[in-house]
Design a protein around this ligand. Structure first.
Ligand SMILES: Cc1cc2nc3c(=O)[nH]c(=O)nc-3n(C[C@H](O)[C@H](O)[C@H](O)COP(=O)(O)O)c2cc1C
Length: 423
């Protein structure tokens, strides 16, 4: 009998590095927030902990073709969140031993392991960094009760410094045994900010035309190759299909960037979408952004496919059923399926799907609130790292208890955003 899951069991070889993923699943980046953090001493930050190692040991058992870490920051005082891992040449240590332990844990069952590198740019809470740096001084509007500082535009020297920091971080991960890196060019962080006219008002060679706005990205890729000197090191990019805000990256621009990335020998492009500003998006953007069928960005991937000859496409976001995942691959939209939240509820979900023991991801009893689902996954990540049982949010009692805890712990303004229905 025809087995729809068979297509997901097929290995896949990447075109430029020549590396092979054992199947068609990828664990998408999720900020673990399990590194050391000191508020006042930036040197006491970013060190991978034993909890982080335990988390990756757990996912390693899940038979996932490719495991991508949560975003690793390249500057110790520009964080996406407290508890981020950091590789910064200005820290007293680049934590090579700790990263080697993470790589060994994640690779122990044959997964490829890739470190995601990021700089938040302007998209960082004022409580973490009141003086953010960004392409231009366009301030991020407050969302969900979170305030953002007015960014200082990066100088040319500042941009060069960032390029070298990405390359430095990649070289540390390479030494630690990682199979590659992924650049975070999605969800409104620094490299996304460069790509979008909305946030990039520069009139030097890093602003203006799309090629100029993509320049920093291509310089980072070239610098990583120079620093790593290993043709089999995978370079990948997580790219927004579109930003869904006025003057944000459009679908057409995103496709052009993907073509530039293929020319820069990027092995795979992981397709995602949206930014934290998205609550301000206009309703007419909606149908264009998120599809009603499973896999939010499958339709965009179908648009993108004919424009790429070699680079592979990973589609992440909203997958729930083995059938939906297999369909996206067999239709030719995706080469690989990316999963994030389903793998915090069930770290072994991929293994169970591949064995034919499960046909869909566990559901949950949350009211419609993307922020709440995000917080729930973050809590599950901490539980896995701490060796605790994973809370079952398919249980209404656990959901009610979690919501009550969150309402007690977080400021009222954030709570309002978390618990309101999205527009
Ligand atoms: C707790 C949490 C942390 C996340 N952190 C990151 C991150 O560090 N980098 C990133 O590119 N995406 C991050 N994401 C987004 C996911 O990678 C993914 O794109 C999104 O959750 C949609 O996939 P899903 O529907 O399978 O969850 C995060 C998501 C969650 C739930």
């Amino acid at each position: 009998m025809f087995d729809p899951v068979e297509i997901l069991r097929q290995p896949l070889t990447f075109p430029f590095s020549g590396r092979t993923a054992k199947n068609r699943f990828l664990k998408s980046a999720m900020s673990e927030r399990l590194a050391t953090f000191s508020t006042f001493d930036p040197c006491g930050r970013g060190q991978p902990t034993k909890e982080l190692v335990r988390l990756y040991e757990t996912w390693a058992k899940g038979d996932i073709g490719i495991i991508i870490t949560g975003n690793i920051q390249i500057k110790k005082d520009h964080l996406e969140a407290t508890g981020n891992t950091i590789i910064d040449r200005d820290l007293p240590s680049h934590y090579l031993q700790e990263w080697t332990d993470v790589a060994r844990a994640a690779k122990s069952e044959g997964s490829l392991v890739i470190g995601q590198l990021n700089h938040p740019g302007r998209q960082v809470s004022i409580n973490i960094q009141p003086y953010p740096e960004a392409p231009s001084d366009v301030e991020q509007p407050s969302t969900g009760g979170v305030l953002f500082g007015r960014p200082t535009p990066l100088t040319r020297e500042g941009i060069k410094d960032i390029v070298h920091r990405f390359a430095y971080a990649a070289s540390v991960l390479h030494k630690a045994g990682f199979d590659g890196v992924q650049l975070h060019v999605a969800h409104g962080y620094l490299l996304s900010q460069f790509l979008a006219r909305r946030t990039n008002r520069r009139n030097d060679e890093y602003g203006g035309s799309l090629v100029n706005r993509a320049r920093i990205l291509l310089e980072i890729i070239a610098a990583i190759r120079q620093a790593v000197q290993n043709l089999s090191f995978i370079i990948s990019v997580k790219l927004n299909s579109q930003d869904s805000v006025p003057e944000g990256l459009s679908i057409e621009e995103s496709i052009t960037v993907a073509k530039l990335l293929e020319s820069a020998r990027v092995d795979f492009i992981e397709v995602s979408g949206g930014t934290y500003e998205q609550t301000t998006r206009s309703p007419q953007d909606k149908p264009y952004t998120v599809e009603t069928r499973e896999g939010y960005f499958v339709q965009y991937a179908e648009f993108l496919r004919p424009h790429l000859n070699l680079s592979k496409i990973v589609v992440t976001g909203g997958f729930q059923t083995a059938q939906g995942m297999a369909d996206a691959v067999s239709r030719g939209a995706a080469d690989i399926i990316g999963l994030a939240r389903p793998l915090t509820a069930e770290p072994l979900l991929v293994r169970d799907i591949l064995r034919g023991e499960k046909k869909k991801a566990k559901g949950d009893k949350f009211p419609e609130s993307p922020m709440l689902r995000f917080a729930a996954s973050a809590a599950q990540i901490a539980e896995i790292g701490n060796g605790q049982d994973i809370t079952d949010f398919d249980n209404a009692f656990h959901v009610a208890r979690f919501i009550a805890k969150m309402q007690k712990e977080i400021p009222a303004a954030i709570s309002e955003a978390l618990f309101s229905r999205p527009s």
